[in-house]
Design a protein around this ligand. Structure first.
Ligand SMILES: Nc1ccn([C@@H]2O[C@H](COP(=O)(O)OP(=O)(O)O)[C@@H](O)[C@H]2O)c(=O)n1
Ligand SMILES: [Ca+2]
Length: 495
């Protein structure tokens, strides 16, 4: 009994002062770590928003983007949180009734109003960018395109967002911003990795954009866009072919076959058994073909399908001009193009068409792709309508698939060897591939020219080091109290 009491008395761990020191020590560590962690935690996830409307030749789409508020000029990733497809045709189709163009956007705008939190409305920028449909309308009748823009702007200003204007993008902008989008979403820009080329196929124009080591812009300055992003310089080659989107290319191919104004044509790009009566004045109502309009033609012609891939390739090739090139090398129509380099992302109609044809897998050899197209084009129209019903664009997929293969190989010079460098893509990490995201990133200065300063340690590493150091300090403190420790556990026996 007395030995036990004596031991208790000698055991300083039971002294109130030691207990108090230990408790204070533990509390100090907890407080220190808590303050350090809280002070440096990633700030709470408040978001900022941006809205871009893509007024394409065939339709308009609205995209909402969001990003963490504290990181807008830094490392945060901007993501597409919503998209809305406007009902009806593209705004350029409302040339004779502009107010309807404005009205058509209302449903998607209402949706955006619901989805962006109300307290963010006034600070959310809203952009509308128009592409080749409006470029063509502007060429054809600039006051009609002004009226469409006026109506569209009036409609968009009625919404509580920060409307930044509606304008036509140049072909270079459309190509370059598509390239920015693909490489931003792939995280290639921030990490300074080799970039991917971008291939965009629209209805009225098509873009090719890529970085080539053999291109410095001197040979063809019009095709050169320079960027400095995250501390890296990019010398981008880009070209937009107006009229070579798939809908205008179809018109040009039809125009090629109706130059002499026949009453009926057998078109190899349409299926056997397909027949339709078309209006000459409608077919030639576009600056892409208006000069080819046959004289003294009947008002209509019968459009019949022949279903022959190889012949279809031949008529498509006729819309490309390969005869003159004042540069070392050209794609077509006398346009300079450097050597193809690296990987490519092909989106918009490239994806829609190849997806429908089950040909998005580019590990399928090019020869097999052509073989499959040959079989598809030879499928009778009755068989196709039985299989698919009367879906939109069904009659055009033979033409569109053949056009894509011809544009890529004959136009841009992809070969059987380089075809697998193309990937048909719709989305990257949840955001649609297209020019809209790149356009917004540029206008909101969201991609810095220089690499942002990053903290020397990631947050988790920082927390671990603070915790370890605090525990170490406490252990050192306890060790420094050694003279106060109980002598030896065997002491009671000695006594
Ligand atoms: N589901 C869809 C949606 C669009 N598309 C096509 O994709 C193209 C989109 O072009 P766009 O309206 O952006 O036209 P541009 O102004 O970019 O030339 C059009 O040819 C549409 O017909 C498609 O094939 N399948
Ligand atoms: Ca487009």
């Amino acid at each position: 009994m007395s030995a036990q009491r004596e031991m208790k008395e000698k055991n300083h761990w039971h002294k109130p002062v030691t207990i108090i020191i230990t408790v204070i020590g533990v509390m100090a560590i907890v407080a220190l770590v808590t303050v350090a962690v809280l002070q440096n935690r990633p700030l709470s996830q408040k978001y900022k928003y941006g809205i871009v409307m893509d007024a394409g030749s065939s339709h308009t789409a609205l995209y909402i983007y969001a990003w963490p508020a504290e990181k807008d000029n830094n490392t945060g990733r901007v993501e597409q949180t919503h998209s809305c497809k406007v009902k009806g045709p593209g705004i350029s189709s409302y040339a004779s009734n502009p107010s309807k163009a404005g009205e058509s956007l209302r449903v998607c705008m209402q949706e955006a109003k619901q989805l962006v939190p109300a307290n963010h409305h006034s600070e959310t920028p809203l952009y509308l960018g128009a592409t080749a449909g409006m470029r063509l309308l502007n060429l054809e009748d600039s006051s009609a395109s002004d009226r469409v823009f006026h109506a569209v702007e009036g409609a968009l200003q009625k919404f509580p967002f920060s409307f930044q204007g509606a304008r036509i993008l140049s072909g270079q902008e459309e190509g370059a911003f598509g390239w920015v989008t693909v490489n931003y979403l792939d995280d290639r820009l921030k990490q300074g990795l080799e970039t991917k080329g971008a291939l965009d196929l629209g209805g009225a124009s098509t873009q090719i954009s890529f970085v080539s080591d053999t291109f410095d812009g001197s040979e063809s300055p019009d095709n050169n866009v320079n960027f400095r992003l995250y501390g890296n310089d990019y010398n981008l080659y880009t070209h937009s072919f107006l009229c070579y989107g798939k809908d205008q290319a179809l018109r040009m191919t039809l125009a090629q076959q109706t130059l002499s104004g026949p009453g009926s044509i057998l078109d190899p790009c349409f299926h056997r058994g397909y027949t339709d009566t078309k209006n000459y004045s409608v077919l030639y109502d576009s600056p892409c073909v208006s000069k080819m309009k046959p004289q003294n033609a009947t008002p209509t012609f019968t459009h019949k399908g022949g279903g022959d891939f190889l012949q279809c390739q031949d008529v498509i090739k006729r819309i490309f001009n390969f005869t003159h090139c004042k540069y070392n090398q050209c794609s077509f129509n006398g346009i300079f193009q450097p050597f193809l380099q690296g990987q490519y992302g092909a989106f918009s109609a490239y994806y829609f068409v190849m997806d429908f044809l089950n040909l998005t897998d580019t590990s399928i050899p090019l020869e097999d792709v052509k073989e499959k197209l040959k079989r598809y084009c030879a499928t009778p129209w009755s068989e196709l309508t039985q299989q698919h019903g009367n879906i939109k664009y069904l009659a055009e997929y033979c033409f569109s698939g053949t056009y894509i293969v011809t544009l890529l190989t004959e136009g841009y010079n992809f070969t059987s060897q380089t075809y697998p460098t193309i990937k048909y893509i719709k989305k990257i990490k949840g955001s649609d591939a297209g020019w809209t995201l790149g356009y917004m990133l540029n206008l909101t200065n969201m991609i810095p020219a220089e690499a942002p300063d990053t903290p020397p340690l990631p947050h988790a590493g920082y927390v671990s080091i603070v915790t370890i150091m605090a525990i170490l300090l406490f252990v050192l403190f306890i060790v420094s109290l050694r003279p106060l420790w109980p002598r030896c556990s065997k002491q009671p026996h000695i006594i």
